[in-house]
Design a protein around this ligand. Structure first.
Ligand SMILES: *[C@@H]1O[C@H](CO)[C@@H](O)[C@H](O)[C@H]1NC(C)=O
Ligand SMILES: *[C@@H]1O[C@H](CO)[C@@H](O)[C@H](O)[C@H]1NC(C)=O
Ligand SMILES: CC(=O)N[C@H]1CO[C@H](CO)[C@@H](O)[C@@H]1O
Length: 450
């Protein structure tokens, strides 16, 4: 978002600006796990996960993540929460799927992929309560393929969207309207080329029923606040009452993910149809969803909410919290537990059983397609393994993503930069890391210089 213009907008239009904290979190792991929806099993589709290294295929709600995790990919160390969303793939006209890399958002430093997380306070004077220990929630529905039938002026209608960045500058027009609002945002995936990439915007509901930490549907304990949304402002700074069924006002949790779709703009199909698809086989974008597992230490989040009142949310202005370096964020990783290839090379199919389903009817679950189903004991991955002739996947060098170029020829090239790939089945590139980094195996398919 273009903060100066937002700040100006706020000063002019809104009676009080909501304060917030906003911080980058690098990628922790990308694989088919979802400890909320599919605890203990391989999940239906690929997720990109950020946050503390207490993340696992099963996460006991009684485990205190702030103690179980020893590091986090987020800027603030106190935050051992986990956050995840679907992953975006580019579908080439030849049928191959290539993971779209994530890139750093504006003013977030150099995180290795990942997301920007916001905790937005209600206007001054409204009490905000931090999420309790064991709290979890999901927003969005991966199965839907058309716009959800909600009042189009309601906060929910503005909660999930995509920003089409026309240019990359921080103060440029296509970065100036608040997320979910203005003419550059759509609820579906943009149906045109976005020259500077696409940012996914996910707002969670912020009113809690005060009772359930994580009901079976992971969602009914939360509600959006009430009120009519100003179409030019969206909900980021909106005030609204919580409904009587869900009276407890929590921080408004918001994720931004910056997808480097621009590098595929010269490979669009000639019929002009948009070629991006979310990992659940969703080419519409309506199935966008986000997951949250609370894991802050003690009352660290409450203290930040009660004491940090920067309307720009800059980490430096929240002295209550402890920052760590980008290098330390990027070094926190967990090993994958699902033995399949999900990135770094063209895939013959989306991981899992996720044929593309265009809708408008809800997608149906496909089972028994031969994909890995159970950790350790399932059948071998059916995705093709790279061969000596695997072609080059181009990634921008300016962004630190873990999707790295497989080199078809030389078995040893120049030293691999930090966080680059240095090994894995079929890897023919260099296995030597730059000075100060060592090659660490994350799974059979991927080793990384850390
Ligand atoms: C993740 O779960 C597996 C299987 O339950 C366990 O072996 C492993 O130690 C866990 N990893 C972490 C980081 O807790
Ligand atoms: C499809 O094209 C991409 C880009 O050139 C390439 O990387 C991939 O290997 C191709 N897939 C097949 C099945 O030929
Ligand atoms: C306030 C606090 O306890 N901060 C801790 C956050 O987590 C790191 C480890 O990642 C500890 O070193 C800090 O003491």
């Amino acid at each position: 978002m273009h903060w100066q213009s937002l700040a100006a907008f706020v000063a002019l239009v809104l009676p009080s600006a909501n304060a917030l904290i906003r911080f980058p979190c690098a990628q922790l792991v990308t694989e088919r796990t979802d400890p909320l929806v599919d605890p203990g099993r391989v999940s239906a589709h690929v997720h990109q996960v950020i946050g503390g290294n207490g993340f696992n295929i099963t996460m006991d709600p009684n485990t205190d993540l702030s103690k179980a995790a020893t590091c986090t990919t987020c800027k603030f160390k106190e935050n051992k929460s986990n956050y995840w969303t679907a992953v975006m793939y580019f579908k080439h006209t030849n049928g191959s799927f290539i993971r779209v890399p994530q890139k750093p958002n504006h003013l977030t430093g150099t995180p290795d992929g990942g997301m920007t997380v916001y905790y937005i306070q209600p206007p001054r004077g409204t009490k905000v309560t931090q999420f309790p220990k064991g709290f979890r929630m999901i927003t969005g529905n991966p199965m839907i393929r058309q716009r959800k039938n909600v009042d189009l002026t309601s906060p929910e209608a503005y909660s999930l969207s995509f920003r089409c960045w026309e240019t990359s500058g921080f103060t440029d027009a296509s970065n100036s309207s608040p997320p979910g609002a203005g003419r550059y945002d759509t609820v579906n995936l943009p149906n045109k080329k976005c020259n500077a990439g696409i940012r996914a915007n996910i707002f969670f509901p912020s009113c809690w029923n005060g009772k359930d930490l994580d009901p079976p549907d992971h969602a009914s304990h939360m509600s959006f606040f009430q009120g009519r949304v100003d179409a030019n402002a969206g909900i980021i700074l909106m005030n609204g009452n919580c409904p009587s069924t869900h009276p407890v006002r929590m921080p408004l949790l918001f994720f931004e993910t910056a997808w480097a779709t621009e590098q595929f703009n010269n490979m669009w199909p000639t019929d002009g149809s948009q070629p991006f698809v979310l990992s659940m086989g969703d080419p519409t974008g309506y199935g966008q969803h986000g997951d949250y597992v609370f894991g802050w230490e003690g009352d660290a989040l409450q203290s930040a909410m009660d004491n940090c009142f920067d309307t720009l949310g800059l980490p430096d202005s929240c002295r209550q919290l402890t920052q760590q370096s980008d290098a330390d964020m990027n070094a926190c990783k967990v090993k994958t537990v699902v033995n399949e290839r999900v990135e770094g090379q063209p895939l013959a199919a989306l991981p899992g059983c996720n044929p593309i389903q265009n809708g408008p009817n809800p997608a149906t679950m496909v089972n028994n397609c031969g994909a890995v189903s159970t950790t350790g004991t399932g059948p071998a991955p059916t995705v093709s393994v790279p061969t000596a002739t695997v072609p080059t996947v181009t990634v921008p060098t300016s962004t630190q993503t873990t999707v790295v170029t497989p080199v078809p020829t030389a078995p040893q090239g120049p030293a691999v930069p930090k966080y680059g790939q240095c090994g894995g089945i079929g890897w023919t590139g260099s296995t030597v890391c730059v000075a100060g980094a060592t090659c660490q195996k994350l799974n059979d398919w991927y080793s990384q210089c850390v």
